[in-house]
Design a protein around this ligand. Structure first.
Ligand code: EAX
Length: 333
């Protein structure tokens, strides 16, 4: 189409007229807007699959008025940097874990408590229901727009020192965590030395031995090639890691109600595609990591880990009370 138009333009002697302008004219003169979407992990990750599904749905709903420019792999900075970017409008949307989100929206810290969600069905049900919507609304009160909850996955530990079967095996290790108070408190209860760091710095830190280990969902471990620099994986599933698709209030202010609806619907389509990949890799990905040479400890007694980290809940409840925690525990999910 574009080449054809360029050809027509040349024949008409419109050499100086941009092809884009002609394309816009041909499509009914509707202005095209490019939406920049950033995330911290690779372009074959579950977030990237989510961006593709988001872009496709947005294109369909808007009849091509919005196109998406994906900036993966921390090209626009770590997750905290990108959230700040949204607030000042230097980018349009981000898919991020809740790692740094509590620094901006403290109400979301509840989601970062270890062993809060029993399984994927439980977490997805809570986030897709009234509780999830209330938290998205809270996000909206902090110079951010919460489009939809999406997913990173249950986090598992990797390291280069020894197989982890029990919290005692983890004790003494230096483990990179996200920049998240709740996560750090949980690891401290296991006598692990939590070392918070932005994701784009992690691979080099593992490679150079600045930290002994890290923890992330299978999809991240696999698609960020952590198996190249980590020997042992333990399926601890110690915390569910939600992700969220956020938009910039600067973008949002310029959209009509109808367009806002398209963005929310497209973000939900992205979340669905992301969750499908997370589910698939939760089993397939483990096999792949074994093939790539990782030793995998699968028979973990999670109850001993749960007991070890339980006292860290007070880090949350001392400051935020237990109302939201009880709501999640008592929900129908
Ligand atoms: O959001 O920082 C992390 O470990 C996150 O899990 C990752 O960047 C995906």
């Amino acid at each position: 189409m574009t080449a054809e138009l360029a050809c027509i333009a040349r024949r008409l002697g419109l050499a100086g007229v941009s092809v884009l302008a002609i394309t816009g004219f041909a499509a009914g003169a509707q202005a095209q807007q490019t939406i920049t979407v950033g995330h911290s992990i690779s372009d074959d990750s579950h977030y990237s699959v989510g961006v593709d599904a988001f872009a496709e749905k947005l294109d369909e709903l808007s009849d091509g008025a919005f196109t998406v420019d994906e900036k993966p792999a921390g090209a626009l900075g770590g997750e905290r940097d990108m959230i700040e970017g949204l607030q000042i409008g230097t980018l349009d949307a981000v898919i991020t874990s809740t790692g740094p989100l509590g620094n901006f929206v403290p109400e979301t810290y509840v989601l970062d408590l270890p062993f809060l969600f029993e399984d994927y069905a439980h977490a997805r049900c809570v986030l897709d229901g009234e509780i999830g919507q209330d938290l998205l609304d809270k996000v909206g009160e902090n110079d951010l727009v919460g489009l939809a909850w999406t997913e990173n996955g249950f986090r598992h530990m990797t390291n280069n020192v020894r197989e982890i079967h029990t919290p005692e095996d983890a004790a003494g290790l230096k483990v990179r965590t996200m920049e998240n108070e709740m996560h750090m408190a949980a690891f401290e209860e296991m006598d692990v030395q939590p070392t918070p760091m932005a994701f784009p710095e992690l691979f080099t830190a593992l490679q150079q031995g600045t930290v002994d280990g890290q923890e992330n969902p299978i999809s991240v471990i696999l698609t960020s090639n952590m198996w190249e620099v980590q020997d042992h994986l333990s399926l601890t599933g110690h915390v569910y890691s939600p992700a969220i698709m956020l938009a910039s209030p600067v973008l949002w202010d310029g959209l009509s109600e109808e367009e806002r609806g398209w963005f929310v619907e497209a973000a939900q389509a992205g979340a669905e595609a992301t969750r499908d990949m997370v589910s698939r890799l939760e089993t397939e990905g483990v096999e792949e990591l074994k093939e790539k040479g990782m030793t995998v400890v699968e028979d973990i007694d999670t109850s001993v880990f749960q007991e070890a980290v339980e006292p860290s809940y007070s880090t949350y409840t001392d400051e935020h009370g237990s109302e939201m925690l009880e709501r999640i525990r008592n929900s129908d999910c």
